[in-house]
Design a protein around this ligand. Structure first.
Ligand code: 4NP
Length: 140
């Protein structure tokens, strides 16, 4: 799960997917930027997760690394900007097919960071719905 800061969208997706899939699926998240390395998720997203039963407080932001292309089978970008960033980082052409947009309708998950509080509820709903779909698709 990859967004820009790894403090809003991708940590929420990380927590939801991890809780709704079995242990054989390893879920992680990262940001394409280095803005918030080692930070807790944004407090507004921690609160939103808590409201729906997801604990985000053990997560810390990290920056996506080239080695992640080797480590992961599927790399999902929260929006087109981050998708393009990841695609530019690809060195091995086989890794290209691992990178996809998170939303199956190819839309962007809006970035709630600079918006109002109700943006976090809207983003929660978008991410949760897609995570439930993903969990059903991925889990065995
Ligand atoms: P995220 O949100 O990519 O969903 O974690 C953002 C967090 C921080 C910033 C931008 C987006 N920022 O510019 O610091």
């Amino acid at each position: 799960m990859v967004c820009l800061g790894n403090i809003c969208r991708s940590p929420l997706a990380h927590a939801i997917l991890e809780k709704n899939t079995s242990d054989i699926i390893f879920v992680d998240s990262a940001g394409t930027s280095n803005y918030h390395i080692d930070s807790l998720p944004d407090s507004r997203m921690i609160e939103k997760g808590k409201e729906y039963g997801y604990d985000l407080t053990k997560l810390r932001a990290r920056q996506f690394q080239e080695e992640d292309f080797k480590k992961f089978d599927l790399i999902l970008a929260m929006d087109n900007d981050n998708y393009k960033h990841l695609i530019k980082m690809v060195k091995n052409p086989d890794d290209l097919q691992k990178v996809k947009l998170f939303l199956s309708n190819d839309q962007d998950v809006p970035d709630p960071y600079f918006g109002k509080a109700d943006g976090f509820e809207a983003v929660y709903k978008i991410i949760n719905e897609e995570c439930q779909r993903l969990a059903n698709k991925l889990d065995v």
